[in-house]
Design a protein around this ligand. Structure first.
Ligand code: HEC
Length: 397
């Protein structure tokens, strides 16, 4: 098996596992937040029980009760929820290495943003994830963390600052994936370094007959609520990698900020609804405002380019594409780890070029996502010629 095919298979398996574990993790996070919110107190319940809820699923009925601290006995078998989170992060980090850190000059570095060496880019990327966790964790433990609105405001400002910083260091795509990786690292850090250790102490205390410190449970609950609100943003950053218009514009960091606000509002709507309270429908139009703003910012932030004046001949466009694009977009590319035409896009014959004119315009003129990291050094003048050719009807030879 050629090496390129083998590494592509490995990457696909890693990605598949990452996504499936992520679905399981987010699913359990959504489920437990909803379960917690649906608990109702009733007079017949054990006073140590916070509340009870009944659920129907899979042909049977479940009677769920939550003991906040001390159940009468420690059940012999206790199901923990942690491997969903760990698996998501581990495979996500391997994927980050395979796609970005093994070929930093392809996906991570954009010399037009900052001319980093491959080594520096990888070190900055990986170190920023650790730094992000430490700052967030200290913030939660400080006086700021004692008040939810205060913590949410400061946390949001820092997150937007991180997005601003990343977009001024990495390529748009590399920046967005690092915002996602940063948030994902914070979320798994919450599970690995706080929620599970705290719960382990509580369980040990219970077995030893000691009364556990309720603060341990409260801190774990606080972090699990943070994780719940962070799920929608983190999934957006992952998906955005497939939509160049989100990360190529001037205001891409503001686009992320607006999308994050919208997703917090949507998550909040669901969380209110789960408590059984009347859901606040105003949250949906409120979320639509930042989403429209995000869409407007992607439009406004696109680089302006004057289409070349005068008629552009197909032969001129073909020679640009052959020189600047076909090195990767051909049947058997052999360039910087690219061993097959990316996304199946072939730009090697006149017929292919004419058929893909709208996509060429979108990638090379509107968003400038291509040529990737401008590795083939296309000039603005050449982009303008492509623009003019498309505007003139994208005629073939
Ligand atoms: C260094 C290699 C390289 C060069 C040069 C390059 N591309 Fe690409 N191209 C890629 C890769 C990798 C992808 C897949 C990106 C992804 O996974 O999102 C891609 C994707 C595309 C897509 C599909 C985008 C989508 O999201 O569906 C189009 C269209 C495209 N390139 C056009 C061009 C054009 C036009 C040029 C020349 C101006 C060009 N490419 C130059 C590597 C390259």
């Amino acid at each position: 098996m050629p090496l390129g095919l083998l590494t592509d298979w490995v990457e696909l398996l890693v990605r598949w596992t990452h996504v499936i574990a992520g679905i399981a993790w987010i699913g359990s996070s959504f489920y437990f937040i909803a379960l917690d919110a649906s608990l109702r107190h009733a007079p017949h319940l054990d006073p140590r029980v916070k509340g009870e809820t009944w659920q129907v699923h899979g042909g049977g009925f479940y009677q769920m009760q939550k003991f906040v601290v001390v159940p009468e006995f420690m059940p012999e078998e206790l199901t923990w929820f942690k491997w969903e989170a760990y698996t998501t992060w581990i495979f996500g980090f391997v994927l980050l290495m395979m796609v970005y850190y093994l070929h930093p000059s392809v996906f991570l570095i954009d010399p037009a943003v900052l001319d980093l060496s491959p080594y520096d880019a990888v070190v900055i990327g990986a170190a920023s994830l650790v730094a992000g966790w430490v700052i967030y964790d200290q913030l939660c433990k400080s006086w700021i963390g004692q008040d939810t609105p205060r913590l949410a405001t400061v946390g949001f400002v820092l997150l937007v600052a991180a997005a601003f910083g990343y977009t001024h260091v990495f390529s748009g795509r590399g920046a967005f994936i690092h915002v996602g990786a940063l948030v994902g690292t914070i979320m798994v850090g919450n599970v690995f370094l706080l929620i599970i250790p705290n719960q382990t102490i509580v369980v040990r205390d219970l077995i030893a007959g000691r009364t556990p410190d309720p603060k341990l449970g409260e801190a774990a609950k606080q972090r699990s609520v943070h994780n719940n609100y962070l799920t929608l943003p983190v999934v957006f950053t992952m998906l955005s990698n497939h939509y160049a218009f989100t990360y190529t514009g001037r205001w891409s960091w503001l686009v992320l900020a607006a999308v994050f606000i919208a997703s917090f509002l949507v998550r909040h709507w669901f969380n209110i609804k789960h408590t059984g309270a009347k859901p606040d429908w105003r949250l949906w139009p409120a979320a639509a405002v930042p989403m429209l703003l995000a869409a407007g910012l992607t439009l406004l932030g696109q680089p302006r380019l004057r289409a070349a004046s005068g008629t552009v001949a197909f032969a001129d466009v073909q020679s640009i594409i052959t020189a600047k694009c076909a090195i990767c977009h051909q049947a058997h590319p052999n360039y910087m780890g690219i061993t097959e035409p990316p996304k199946g896009v072939l730009l090697d014959t006149p017929a292919h070029i004419v058929a893909l004119a709208p996509q060429i315009y979108q990638q090379a003129v509107a968003t400038r996502a291509m040529p990737l990291a401008n590795l083939t050094q296309i000039t603005d003048d050449q982009r303008a010629q492509i623009a003019a050719w498309v505007k003139q009807g994208a005629k073939g030879p």
